[in-house]
Design a protein around this ligand. Sequence first.
Ligand SMILES: [Zn+2]
Length: 136
Amino acid sequence: MDSELKTRLSGIVRQLAEQEQQRLRAAGTFVELEELACEIGDEVTRQLMSGQLSERGHEMADGGSQACPDCDQSCPSSRAHHRQLESSRGEIEYFDPAYDCLVCRRAFFPGSRIDRFVRSCYGDSEVDREDRVGGE
Ligand SMILES: [Zn+2]
């Protein structure tokens, strides 16, 4: 981790420690203190992941209309679809733009490429290979 980020984080952590002083002081053992610190760290991780996944989903959808993958009809984004993923740090929730094709009467999710991104990180070789050749 670069020193600039460490410096910024130390300011955030100092502020957090002041706000959570009571809970931190209540931890009576090293293990309890470590568990609380990890709980806080995991929440920070989940919030960072959630924000990034939502941003990437919206970037992939590009905010405008999208062509239906079945009939190529142009469809406007109609809603944010709530998604959940299980990570090593717990459940991550984020929002993906959803599109409804009125011709095919189906919903589709351009941001679902995020799913392949996630699976490829966990070693799904088939997904990995698909992404290298351009994927969807
Ligand atoms: Zn369609």
